[in-house]
Ligand binder design. Sequence first.
Ligand SMILES: Nc1ncnc2c1ncn2[C@@H]1O[C@H](COP(=O)(O)OP(=O)(O)OP(=O)(O)O)[C@@H](O)[C@H]1O
Ligand SMILES: [Mg+2]
Length: 371
Amino acid sequence: MRIKNLQLVNFRNYEKLYIEFNDNVNLLVGENGQGKTNIVEAVYMLSFGKSFRTNRDREIIKFNTDNLYAGGVYEKNGRNGMIEIMIGKSRKGIKVNKIPIIKLGELLGNMNVVIFSPEDLKLVKDGPKERRSFIDREISQIIPGYYSLLVDYNKILASRNRMLKGYNIDKNLLDVYDESLSVYGGKISLYRREFINKIAAISKDIHKKLTGEKEELTIAYKSQLDICENDDEHTLAEKLRNLLLEKRESDIEMRSGRYGIHRDDITISVNGLDARLYGSQGQQRTASISLKLSEIELIKSETGEYPVLILDDVFSELDENRQKLLVGNLDGVQMFITTAEHLHRNVLDMKNSTIFHIKNGAVVKTENGGN
Ligand SMILES: Nc1ncnc2c1ncn2[C@@H]1O[C@H](COP(=O)(O)OP(=O)(O)OP(=O)(O)O)[C@@H](O)[C@H]1O
Ligand SMILES: [Mg+2]
């Protein structure tokens, strides 16, 4: 997949911008605070309908203006598509090929984007919440209905929690909530197991390659349910139903739902040891890179095309060797790299590239380089 161009109006510090991207490497360079991340934020928004930096859309509208527009044309499986987002102070509209969509789920999966930022380098070290959103974000790009399943599950969980926080516990209503949680949870859990199995297999190979066969990476699904390989969605739902029932009194006592797939996690081990607890910083970083690279391969194998890769500020955090590993492993992937510093020249020379110099909300110079 390639993003061909991007048009912005009143987006962060861009009053107006139109750029055409390189099909290979796009390097966004400039001093701090000039608008490099703002461009990749826009690219990300076209894929996910929201920013990776904030949940408050209004922050993205240019100061002292009322509406923003972000639009872009992408090419996927030989066809062009167009995504447009309009955000006003109290309204938001998204169009796919000029047609307004009703649910965010209709946007997801059109333009596949993988982002790698300094936060992702901490994926291994972070809490379960970050790893869960990593899994959910990726599955949403691959499985069309997954995102709405999550929305439905979380809505019921929130209602159930509201009841647990109050003084009237209606056991019949709890039965209803638990039944829905189990049905949705069973499906979600099944998708997660499949995704984690695939990512585990791909990342094992990639990690071996990245570490010169020295390290073995193992990724496993960690759930409160006792998940077996041949469980189907009904078996998983049944397991969740039983767990919720068994823990009901304890949930009532604690006034909060502490059991279910909203507590899922993954364990990431290097040579048999939990990398979160025992991995060195370098091992944790390399494991994060392996996971990201696997994500890219998985999207390719599920959708037939590589996603676009955004590297926001991670380059300067990696040594030359890891920079080369990252870029060198990704043939045929369109990349957006933001950096305030110069890259190692021999890393850049590996690919056909365009360098956009960014200053104060404008592209002030464009250079073509590489081969
Ligand atoms: N809603 C907004 N309206 C106008 N300008 C904004 C808005 N939000 C952020 N900015 C400006 O955008 C700039 C930050 O842009 P961005 O995050 O893209 O910088 P950057 O080039 O990636 O910098 P760094 O190298 O530090 O990461 C800041 O100058 C900020 O004031
Ligand atoms: Mg930035």
